[in-house]
Design a protein around this ligand. Structure first.
Ligand code: RIB
Length: 305
C-alpha cells in the first residue's frame, strides 16, 4: 500500500457557467454578465484540489472521446493527477453541467454525467490495483450508487480509509455507512439523510450524532458561510466547530467550494494531520476557492494556504 496515495472515484464533466445578478426563476429568461467553460465534476474537482493542496492523487472516471474529454486530459497533465484509472469511451460524449451563478456567488447546477454514467462495477474491478496502491478513498454520489458502494466495500476490505461526500444526495442502503470513516455532507445533504432540518450549528450537532448512529466514524457537516461542524462519534454531543475562514476579497463564485474542502481534507488526513488541523486546512482551502470563478480551477495551491 502506498501510504500517501489518495484514490478518487468520481466524474469529470465540462462546466458551462453563467454569471448574472440573480438566478433565473422557472420560465424566466434573464441577461447575464459573462460565462466560462471549464473543468468540473465533483470527483475531478476533488482530485485537482488534492494535487494543488500537495497530495498524491489518482482518479478513476469515465469520459468520452470528444473535445470536452481533451479539456480533462490536459487538466490532469498540468495538475499532476494520475490518469491510469481513466476510461475513454469511444464514440461517447463527455458530460457537462449547466451552472447559474448570482451576484453573491451562490449557484444552481444541472449536471448531465454523459459517459461518466457508464461506469460500472467491472471498471472498479479492472482498476483494483489502484486500491492496492492507495491508503485513502474519496468518493461520492455523482456516479451510480452501486459503483460508490462497491468502491467503499473494496476500500474497506483492502484497509483504506474512506471519505464519502454524499453529493448530490440520494437515498442509499444504510449498511453502506458502516464502511465510511468520514461522511462530508453539506447542510442540505445532512438534512435529507437525517431528517433534521439543518439551519444552524445546534441542528448540525444533532444531525452529526444521527449520522454517527448510522455507523459512520466521523461526521463533517459543511455549513457554507457558517463554517463546519464535526462530530467524532455518537457520544460527541458538542462536536468540533470551526467558523468559516474569513477572507478580505469578495465572494465571486462558490461552485466547487465543497469539492475543494473534500480534497484538502483528504490531503490533510492522508498526511497524518490531526482531525482538528485537517478541518482547519480544508476550511481555509474552501474559503480561498470562492475568490475565483470556476470549479476545479478555483482550488488554491498549497503555497497560497
Ligand atoms: O461541486 C461542483 C460541481 O458539481 C461542478 O463542477 C459541476 O460539474 C457538478 O458536478
Amino acid at each position: 500500500m502506498n501510504e500517501k496515495n489518495i484514490l478518487v472515484v468520481g466524474i469529470f464533466v465540462v462546466d458551462l457557467s453563467f454569471k448574472a445578478k440573480k438566478l433565473p426563476s422557472p420560465g424566466e429568461t434573464i441577461i447575464g454578465e459573462n460565462y466560462i467553460i471549464g473543468p468540473g465534476g465533483k470527483g475531478s474537482n476533488q482530485a485537482v484540489a488534492i494535487s494543488r493542496a500537495g497530495g498524491k492523487v489518482s482518479l478513476i472516471a469515465r469520459i468520452g472521446d470528444d473535445h470536452f474529454a481533451d479539456i480533462g486530459l490536459n487538466l490532469y497533465q498540468k495538475e499532476n493527477v494520475n490518469t491510469e484509472g481513466l476510461i475513454i469511451a469511444k464514440g461517447e460524449n463527455t458530460g457537462s453541467a449547466a451552472i447559474s451563478v448570482d451576484k453573491n456567488g451562490m449557484n444552481s447546477i444541472i449536471v448531465v454525467p454523459g459517459a461518466a454514467s457508464g461506469i460500472d462495477k467491472s471498471v472498479i474491478e479492472e482498476k483494483i490495483d489502484m486500491f492496492n496502491d492507495s491508503s485513502l478513498l474519496l468518493t461520492g454520489y455523482e456516479i451510480p450508487l452501486e459503483v460508490t458502494n462497491h468502491s467503499l466495500n473494496l476500500a474497506k476490505k483492502k484497509g483504506l480509509r474512506t471519505i464519502l461526500n454524499p453529493a448530490p444526495y440520494f437515498e442509499n442502503d444504510k449498511e453502506v455507512f458502516k464502511l465510511v470513516d468520514y461522511l462530508t455532507p453539506n447542510e442540505h445533504e445532512a438534512s435529507s439523510l437525517t431528517k433534521v432540518s439543518v439551519k444552524n450549528i445546534d441542528d448540525a450537532r444533532l444531525a452529526g450524532q444521527k449520522i454517527c448512529e448510522l455507523g459512520v466514524g466521523t461526521s463533517v457537516i459543511t455549513l457554507g458561510e457558517k463554517g463546519v461542524l464535526c462530530t467524532r462519534g455518537v457520544d460527541d454531543q458538542d462536536g468540533l466547530y470551526f467558523p468559516s475562514f474569513k477572507i478580505k476579497d469578495e465572494v465571486i463564485d462558490t461552485v466547487g467550494a465543497g469539492d475543494v474542502f473534500n480534497g484538502a481534507f483528504a490531503t490533510g488526513i492522508s498526511e497524518g494531520m490531526s482531525l482538528e488541523y485537517a478541518l482547519e486546512f480544508a476550511n481555509k482551502a474552501a474559503s480561498l476557492s470562492v475568490r475565483k470563478a470556476g470549479a476545479a480551477l478555483s482550488a488554491p495551491y498549497r503555497n497560497q494556504f
